[in-house]
Design a protein around this ligand. Structure first.
Ligand SMILES: [Zn+2]
Length: 265
């Protein structure tokens, strides 16, 4: 049996984005995504989400967080994920402090949004083995790092997910064009950043150009980080037993089996 894994709907590629810190510039970013049918994940710090809170960027720009009453309508249709309650370097904390940072953020997100939260982005991209194990124990199924793969590979380890690149990567336009032509199995293009960087770097056109290249393609699944993580986890559990495909996940999986597109439920 010759198998080639596909994404939902028989799509051959997936595109996702991840943006951190829940700041005011996310409103403009979400609007860009919504206009083009793009799905993203937003990693929030519930201990900081107040319009009275922020910091002065080295460029001199005053950065302000979104308020709790703004985030629920804004991120509708996207995913929200844990970025810890107060954005510490997790690996410097005690075990009890790490658990509290993860749990307080996750529980408040779940209460506000009325949905299970399964994702994490490590603040500053910093973590150690202990942090990974505690995050798993808190029910988190994937965690985005700030390391880059510069390609379209799916993560080998979902708790140490390396994205394709940051939106500031100088090779982004050529990577985006390359994505259009890739025939890699389960090709995944993933981009992360902070929306305030488009203001401090005055380069919103970078995102507009990226979406102009990759949005609206019939062969691409536009999905949140969590939707992709869940799908990949389900795909990992697929097996062949006595010539039959066995999918224990409960999530329908799309494959090309001997050249024919099939859904395995
Ligand atoms: Zn952050």
């Amino acid at each position: 049996m010759e198998l080639f894994c596909l994404y939902p709907g028989g799509k051959r590629k997936a595109f996702t984005l991840s943006y951190d810190d829940g700041v005011r510039q996310d409103a403009r970013l979400v609007q860009l995504f919504n206009e083009r049918g793009i799905k993203a994940t937003f990693n929030l710090n519930l201990g900081k989400q107040s319009r009275l809170t922020g910091w002065t960027h080295e460029s001199g720009l005053e950065i302000r967080y979104l308020d709790k009453d703004e985030i629920v309508p804004l991120y509708a249709g996207h995913e929200v994920a844990v970025h810890t309650y107060t954005h510490p370097h997790l690996e410097t904390l005690t075990k009890a402090e790490i658990i509290k940072e993860l749990r307080d953020d996750k529980l408040e997100l779940e209460r506000l949004f009325g949905a299970l939260v399964i994702g994490l982005a490590y603040p500053y991209g910093s973590y150690d083995r202990r942090v990974v194990e505690l995050a798993k124990a808190e029910g988190l199924q994937y965690a985005r790092t700030t390391k880059h793969a510069y390609d379209f590979s799916t993560p080998e380890e979902l708790m140490e997910w390396e994205f394709s690149c940051h939106h500031g990567y100088e090779g982004l336009p050529s990577l985006a064009r390359e994505f259009l032509g890739t025939e890699q199995e389960l090709a995944l293009f993933s981009v992360w950043g902070h929306s305030y960087e488009f203001d401090t770097d005055q380069n919103w056109q970078v995102m507009e150009a990226l979406l102009g290249t990759v949005a609206g393609k019939g062969d691409t699944w536009y999905a949140t980080n969590g939707q992709i993580a869940r799908y990949l986890l389900a795909m990992q559990r697929l097996s062949v037993r006595e010539g039959q495909l066995v999918n224990p996940s409960g999530q329908p999986l799309w494959l090309e089996v001997d050249g024919q597109v099939r859904v395995v439920s």
